[in-house]
Design a protein around this ligand. Structure first.
Ligand code: GLC
Length: 464
C-alpha cells in the first residue's frame, strides 16, 4: 500500500468507529451527538465511499429541523447518560421544536446546500435529480429562516446570537465582544476572586482534552450563561434582540451562506424549480453586503457587531473565506491569497492557523485561537480554486494531507503514542486524524479520531 492508500484506510477507520447507523458523531468521547456542519463535511467525504450513507448523513439532519425552518447545530443522542446535555438546551420550550427529537436552539454555518450538491455530483441522472428534489423544500425553508429570523433590518447579513453558531466557537472577535459587553457579573466576580479552577469539576471537555487546548473556564462559564439567556427567551430572536448585546454579523458564517446560496440556486436550476422571488432578492443583498465587512485601512474582512455596527477588528482565518464565497473581485482575491504567503500572517510551517501569528490572541494549541483545522483549510482550498489560484490550492491540499499523514501513519494501537511526550498532548493513541493541529510544529491537538478531519482527508485525497 502506498502512503495515500494507508491514509485513506486510516480515515475510513475513523469514520467507521464514529458511525452511529444513520449519522456520525464528531468524536466518540467528546462530542457524542450529531452536529450540523460536521455532518455536512462528513457527507462530503462519505460520498466517495458509500453514496447512500452520505445521503442518510444529511437526511438525518432534517429530523431535527424545526417547523419554522431552523436547523439546529446539535441533535442530541437518546440515552439517560445524555440527559444533562438535553436539559441544558430544553428545545421543547420553543413551539417550533420537533416533538420527538431533542435539539439545541441555535444553528451553525449553513454548509448543507454545498454538501447536498456535492453528494448529488456522485449520482447519475435521474437519481441525482430525485436526490435534489427530496431535500429542496427543507433547504429553501432553512435559508428563508435565516433571513426572516436573523436579518431583522434586511441588511443582507445574518446575525448570530451565540458564538457556537459561528462554528469557530471561541474565535477572537467573539471573545472580544463577550469581554466588552456580555460578561455576567458573577463570571466577572469568579474571575476576580480567581475561583475559576472550580469549574473544572463540572466541565466535561477538559476530562478528555488538556485544559490548555480548550477554551478557558471564564469563557466556558460566559458561554453557558449565554445559553441560559437564550433558553429563558425560548430561542425567540425577536424577544432576545432588544436585550442582547451579544449579536454578531459573523464573517465566516456569511461567507458560507453566500456560497450556500449559489449552491441552492444551482440545485434549483438542475431540478427546474424556481426559488421564491423574495429569497432571490435577499441572496443578492447578501452578496453586496459583504463589502461592508471590508476594512480598507487594515486590508482585512472582519465580523461586525449587530448592535454598534462597528467592525470587530480582530483578524482571524475568516478573513480568507470571501475566497470561498466567490463573489469578490480578482484584485481583492489576490490580496487575500497574498496573506497566505506572509510570515507574520498565515505562512506557518503547517498552515492555515485559525488566528494569524501577528494577533495578540495567537496560541498554537488553543481551540480556534491559533491551531490549524482541516475544515477551514478545505474551505480555503475551494476558495483558491474559485479564483484560479490552482498552484496555491494544490500546495495547501498537499500540506494538509502531509499534516494528517505525518501524525498518523504509524498509529500505535493500545499503547501510548510516541508523540505523547509532547507536553501539549494527552497520553493516548492517535490516528493522526485530530480535531486540530499546532501550526508551528504540526503536532495533533484536541480530540483524536475526529470525523471531519477523516472525511475531508478522504475528499482531498480524491481530488484531482
Ligand atoms: C466544536 C467546534 C464546532 C464543532 C463541534 C463538534 O464545538 O468548535 O465547530 O461543530 O465541536 O465537532
Amino acid at each position: 500500500m502506498n502512503k495515500d492508500q494507508l491514509l485513506l484506510k486510516e480515515a475510513q477507520k475513523v469514520l467507521k468507529q464514529n458511525d452511529r447507523g444513520d449519522w456520525t458523531v464528531p468524536a466518540g468521547d467528546l462530542y457524542p451527538h450529531q452536529w450540523l456542519w460536521d455532518s455536512c463535511f462528513i457527507a462530503i467525504g462519505l460520498r466517495h465511499l458509500d453514496i447512500q450513507r452520505a445521503q442518510t448523513e444529511l437526511t438525518s439532519l432534517l429530523r431535527g429541523q424545526w417547523s419554522n425552518g431552523m436547523l439546529p447545530n446539535i441533535i442530541f443522542s437518546d440515552g439517560r447518560e445524555f440527559h444533562r446535555d438535553r436539559e441544558l438546551w430544553r428545545s421543547y420550550v420553543n413551539p417550533y421544536a420537533p416533538d420527538n427529537v431533542a435539539t439545541s436552539g441555535i444553528t451553525q454555518p449553513p454548509m448543507l446546500a454545498e454538501a447536498v450538491l456535492r453528494v448529488g455530483e456522485k449520482l447519475k441522472n435521474p437519481q441525482r435529480r430525485s436526490w435534489y428534489q427530496s431535500v429542496f423544500v427543507e433547504l429553501v425553508r432553512y435559508h428563508e429562516w435565516l433571513y426572516n429570523e436573523r436579518d431583522p433590518h434586511k441588511e443582507g447579513l445574518i446575525l448570530l446570537l451565540h458564538p457556537y453558531e459561528s462554528g469557530l466557537d471561541n474565535s477572537p472577535p467573539w471573545i472580544s465582544e463577550l469581554r466588552k459587553h456580555s460578561m455576567p457579573w458573577w463570571v466577572v466576580a469568579v474571575e476576580r476572586l480567581r475561583l475559576d479552577s472550580f469549574v473544572n469539576l463540572v466541565r466535561h471537555d477538559t476530562r478528555h482534552i488538556p485544559p490548555g487546548q480548550r477554551m478557558s473556564n471564564i469563557e466556558a462559564m460566559a458561554y453557558w450563561a449565554a445559553i441560559r439567556r437564550l433558553r429563558r427567551k425560548a430561542y425567540n430572536s425577536e424577544a432576545l434582540l432588544p436585550r442582547s448585546l451579544f449579536a454578531v454579523q459573523d464573517l465566516a458564517f456569511n461567507c458560507i451562506l453566500i456560497r450556500a446560496n449559489s449552491c441552492l440556486k444551482e440545485i434549483s436550476q438542475i431540478i427546474g424549480r424556481e426559488l421564491p422571488a423574495e429569497l432571490v432578492q435577499k441572496i443578492e443583498t447578501t452578496e453586496k453586503a459583504l463589502e461592508q465587512l471590508w476594512d480598507d485601512t487594515t486590508g482585512q474582512y472582519y465580523s461586525r457587531s449587530f448592535v454598534s455596527h462597528k467592525l470587530i477588528e480582530e483578524p482571524t482565518v475568516a478573513t480568507l473565506l470571501p475566497l470561498y464565497a466567490g463573489k469578490i473581485s480578482k484584485a481583492r482575491a489576490e490580496h487575500l491569497a497574498g496573506l497566505l504567503k506572509r510570515r507574520k500572517w498565515f505562512a506557518t510551517n503547517w498552515p492555515v492557523p485559525s488566528v494569524p501569528l501577528c494577533s495578540s490572541y495567537f496560541d498554537p494549541i488553543k481551540y480556534w485561537q491559533g491551531p490549524t483545522w482541516v475544515n477551514t483549510n478545505w474551505l480555503i482550498i475551494e476558495g483558491l480554486k474559485n479564483y484560479g489560484f490552482d498552484q496555491e490550492a494544490a500546495a495547501l491540499r498537499q500540506k494538509t494531507l502531509d499534516l494528517v499523514a505525518k501524525n498518523g501513519m504509524n498509529p500505535v494501537r493500545g499503547k501510548k503514542s510516541a508523540i505523547s511526550a509532547d507536553s501539549h498532548i494527552t497520553n493516548r493513541t492517535s490516528s493522526g486524524m485530530n480535531e486540530y493541529f499546532n501550526p508551528i510544529n504540526g503536532h495533533p491537538v484536541g480530540a483524536p479520531n475526529f470525523s471531519w478531519t477523516a472525511a475531508l482527508t478522504i475528499d482531498l485525497l480524491k481530488q484531482p
